[in-house]
Design a protein around this ligand. Structure first.
Ligand SMILES: [Zn+2]
Length: 404
């Protein structure tokens, strides 16, 4: 296939369609990847105008008015619950002090990172933007969004996102390293969730490796600030939902892989200065699209995002609530009626649950090659690994969405 001609066709298709955001499926060589990024970054007045219209429409109808958005940042932890300590011991609530083992500077030779970027790339795959609408009956297929219970086969779709400020530049060594970190984090998180589920006698298989499955890998350009996904969620979700709807044949992927759930990971090459947290668009009633999306800022408050945060966010898509209290919740409540009192008790008892902490409970530091917090009964219940939880019964919290 003549690549130049294909890209030219893509360009005209994009200009004609005036898509507010662009995406295509690729699994390509360095130069091809670069070409594609350059193409994606092109601006036209026409497309800018159409984005303004789309954006204005977003504001008039807020599709997420009843939604819950879960956010995660160590900054959010209420320091009144946990004594702030230095980085050497105890729970670390100050994200600026101590960054755990840095995967890029660590001398852990035994942890030879696999660098997928340098692997022989799979065959170049190009597909023009098409429309792949969610099936009409998606609410029957996925009563709680694209991720149901943490059970069976789960397809993980990876989307590397460029936005107004953050760009993936694969000529840059640092970006290649971050890309590798995404790959390794995702592998560790999926392995962890499989192992933790097995403790509850559930057989969970994640299909995530885009080197084996190029249909699970995407690059996207969106005209917004993805590091603000939490605070600007109605616009961000709408953009990413439309992008998924128009360009990813989710239904085909689901059927081919015989997947019970599909989740969408959006990776942002955030700068050192980023203070926007990782967050998840999980299901809410009235959601206009089924797609549940995890937004991963690869750096937050100068700390590299570890695999535990990947796993924590992925668990939200299956229904897990946060079990820590943060200032952010001052205006809301924790999900399922979980009380501030319970969150405080969990903190006092150093509950080693991944929905409470994402760092090592003993060191207070992030780990980059493994995940030490567990899935305890409360989280297991809300993601459907078990049918009842002593904790939920005792405290009288709401039933799990999976509890029929
Ligand atoms: Zn969370």
């Amino acid at each position: 296939m003549n690549k130049k001609r294909t890209l030219g066709k893509l360009r005209s298709a994009i200009l004609t369609a005036c898509l507010p955001l662009l995406l295509s499926m690729t699994a390509c060589s360095d130069q091809e990847r670069l070409d594609y990024l350059q193409l994606d970054s092109m601006e036209t007045e026409e497309s800018a105008e159409s984005r303004e219209i789309a954006s204005a429409e977003d504001e008039t109808s807020d599709p997420a008015s009843e939604s819950r958005m879960t956010s995660d940042s160590r900054e959010n932890e209420d320091s009144s619950f946990v004594e702030s300590t230095d980085s050497s011991s105890g729970e670390n609530t100050d994200s600026s002090s101590g960054s755990g083992e840095d995967p890029e500077t660590s001398s852990h030779d035994e942890h030879t990172e696999f660098d997928p970027y340098y692997e022989e790339s799979t065959e170049y795959y190009f597909q023009e933007p098409e429309s792949y609408p969610a099936p009409e009956n998606w609410r029957e297929l996925y009563p709680h969004g694209s991720a149901e219970k943490l059970d069976g086969t789960i397809a993980v779709i990876s989307i590397f996102a460029n936005d107004l400020y953050c760009k993936w530049d694969y000529e840059d060594r640092k970006d290649r390293s971050t890309y590798s970190r995404v790959y390794n984090n995702l592998k560790i998180a999926c392995d962890y969730l499989t192992t933790e589920s097995a403790k509850y006698e559930k057989d969970v298989t994640f299909v995530w490796d885009w080197l084996d499955h190029p249909e699970l890998y995407y690059e996207v350009e969106v005209n917004t600030d993805l590091t603000k996904a939490l605070t600007n969620y109605s616009v961000t979700d709408q953009m990413v939902w439309e992008c998924i709807e128009k360009n990813i044949d989710s239904e085909n992927i689901r059927r081919t892989l015989e997947a019970d759930s599909v989740i969408y990971m959006v990776y942002v090459d955030a700068p050192e200065t980023n203070d926007g947290p990782c967050c998840t668009r999980n299901f809410y009633y009235g959601m206009p699209y089924p797609y549940e999306i995890v937004y991963l800022q690869m750096i937050n408050r100068s700390e590299k995002t570890p695999p535990s945060v990947f796993a924590h966010e992925m668990l939200h898509t299956f229904g897990a609530p946060d079990i820590y209290w943060t200032d952010i919740y001052a205006n809301y409540r924790l999900e399922y009626g979980i009380t501030k009192e319970y969150a405080k008790k969990a903190a006092d008892n150093e509950l080693n649950d991944i929905m409470r902490i994402t760092w090592n409970v003993n060191t207070g530091r992030y780990q980059y090659y493994s995940i030490s917090p567990e899935i305890t009964d409360i989280t297991a219940y809300y993601v459907g690994l078990i049918d009842e939880s002593e904790t939920v019964k005792k405290w009288g919290f709401d039933r799990s969405q999976h509890d029929k």
